[in-house]
Design a binder for this molecule. Sequence first.
Ligand code: CMC
Length: 425
Amino acid sequence: MARVVTLNVGEKSVEMPVTEGTEGELGFDITKLRAETGYVTYDPALGNTGACKSAITFIDGDKGYLRHRGIPIEQLAEKSDFIEVAYLLIFGKLPTADERKKFSQRLGANAALDPAFKKVFESFPHDAAPMAALSAMINTASCFDSTVADGDDEQFAEAAARLISKTRTIGAYIYRMTNKLPYVEPDPKLPYVANFLRMMFSTPGTQYEVHKEVTDALDLIFLLHADHEQNCSTSTVRMVGSSKANLYASCAAGVCALWGPLHGGANVEVLEMLDVIHKGGMTAEQYLEQVKEKKVLLYGFGHRVYKNFDPRAKILKESSDKVLAKIGVKDPLLDIARKLEALALKDSYFVDRKLYPNVDFYSGIIMKAIGIPVNMFTVLFAIGRMPGWIAQWKEQRDENVRIARPRQIYTGPTKSDYLPVEKRK
Ligand code: CMC
């Protein structure tokens, strides 16, 4: 028999069907609540609201589990790569060799930027904020693709590849523009990450050598950022997509949400925090005192869902040691990060609040070591997150959900009359 939850509201009793997920999470369906009782739920920041059913990513925040389509992130980090994980997220299964080849070919074929598109881009000032440029250019991409609005599955697959591929080219070009360097054409023969690094860092007319340690490290960073269920930016993509806005427009909105320092922008804040501690001659202990006095945040710590280690942070912590050793970089900021982490993990302020390192705590150190400037960190997060946004947009589109339209509890003035200007005080 179907399970129900009974809610008594005043004289009324409402039965709400229970929805159970494959990992045992339970939710009761309140879609009839307002019609039957006149009440709505009040859940600011949506911490208790299941806004959708999704078969893409599973997180158990208490146990520190993250799985994509059932596969633990640790296995994907060890055995897979970013492009394969992108395919897994979007199409729901690991690709066969042929599917992988076709997907890679699609990415290669869609990497270059149209000259007219580049012209729009080049009208931006050199010091434009990279995330503003990224969002604007992803949105502009929909002006150059007439098929994207309501395409079939084949058109969607093409649009998804185009968006993943072009976001990387746009990201690299943002770096070139910021540094007043010319655009570097993508090389369709190169794999995704090597192509990105070449477009960022090569000098036209010279051979660009990229170390395997560097491509592997960046591939891992992209892979670890690829999806994270209903976070702020993904919920934004779904919200915008629910109005039937196209894939590009929805993902451009996701970039804007990701930009904020409490979300993807935290990777920039972490580096700036470590830099302030280092350059200011402050000790880790002194910084943590300021955190506890609520004057500053310990960026890269805490998470709405994880009340245990973020498994992505665990992987990156291990990898930061290896990457720095392999490429021969000794970074004092890594020592400060380790000290902050060790102190915080035994301090009651953080222990009681279940605050652990999140993905942003170590990613910046690795990106810095491989030569990525700090102002590009969140752009790289967005490149990594793109497959997740696309997968979530597609899942929602396939379910043909209703437009998202939350309610509110109105707290403004009750009915009052319009005052002519001469009577206003
Ligand atoms: N430093 C200091 N105090 C913190 C921190 C932090 N990083 N995070 C949470 N707290 C405090 C918070 O002030 C609250 O204190 P109190 O109980 O005294 O009011 C308590 O811990 C509980 O906070 P919460 O409910 O767990 O936090 P939240 O769910 O509202 O916010 C968060 C989650 C990620 C925005 C927050 O932890 C934060 O601001 N972290 C720093 C920014 C950051 O690293 N963001 C990246 C998140 S992971 C990647 C991503 O999403 O992009």
